[in-house]
Ligand binder design. Structure first.
Ligand code: 5RP
Length: 218
């Protein structure tokens, strides 16, 4: 099975978690795109849909699905999103697509967070995938210097501006053995908007698609 087919299988498995009348949050990325495409027949069952990025909003609207603002809906019942890396403790690295800030807001405001991944994303220790950090543009070099002191190797994601008008640093060489602690520590650096570690609010359910089907970790 290709990685793309596995992404699609994980996305389709998440459709089973949709209930009538809920407010649904939609993440960002190629895995979520399969979820959005499969949503077409279910959107009318939902009370509202909130999106984590301009890209996902466009994809939803192109399917004729109306997108609401989180400020209007209040907390969301179910949030479905992908990840760049995931552990069996349901800690994640996210932000490969640069939508981490809005994704973290939706994850934080969700009653249930389902993360959909293919089995290549499952790791024992987070950090092989460069950790994305969204920063205020004027703080970019300052934050990068602090990250070097913390043992990381930051690279500026050039020619990329987030939906919030900010920049992304991708950090290599971080061995993330204690994800909640590192998330909290890096969040303290002035100029950091969002750290791509999702551990203070991990996923509630991990749906991992592999050659033998879907593995669920709760
Ligand atoms: C975007 C994300 C995505 O969830 C993550 O990059 C996974 O993407 P894909 O499903 O394309 O592999 O965090 O900011």
């Amino acid at each position: 099975m290709t990685q793309s087919t596995k992404k699609q299988q994980a996305a389709l498995a998440a459709i089973n978690y949709i209930r009538d009348g809920i407010t649904l949050g939609v993440g960002t990325g190629s895995t979520v795109n399969f979820f959005i495409d499969a949503l077409e027949g279910h959107a009318q069952r939902l009370d509202a849909i909130v999106s984590s990025s301009k890209d996902s909003t466009t994809r939803l609207e192109n399917l004729g699905i109306r997108v609401s603002e989180l400020a209007d809906t209040g907390d969301i019942d179910l949030y479905v999103d992908g990840a760049d890396e995931a552990t069996k403790h349901r800690y994640l690295v996210k932000g490969g697509g640069g939508a981490l800030t809005r994704e973290k807001i939706l994850a934080g405001s969700s009653r249930s967070f389902i993360c959909i991944v293919d089995d290549l994303k499952l790791v024992n220790v987070l950090g092989k995938f460069p950790l994305p950090i969204e920063v205020i543009p004027m703080a970019r070099s300052y934050v990068a210097r602090q990250l070097v002191k913390a043992g990381g190797q930051p690279t500026w994601r050039e020619n990329f501006v987030t939906d919030n008008g900010n920049h992304i640093l991708d950090i290599r060489s971080l061995n993330i053995t204690n994800p909640p602690e590192l998330e909290k520590r890096l969040n303290q650096i002035p100029g950091v908007v969002t750290v791509g570690i999702f551990a203070q609010r991990p996923a509630d359910v991990l749906l991992i698609a592999g050659d033998d089907g879907i593995r669920t970790i709760k």
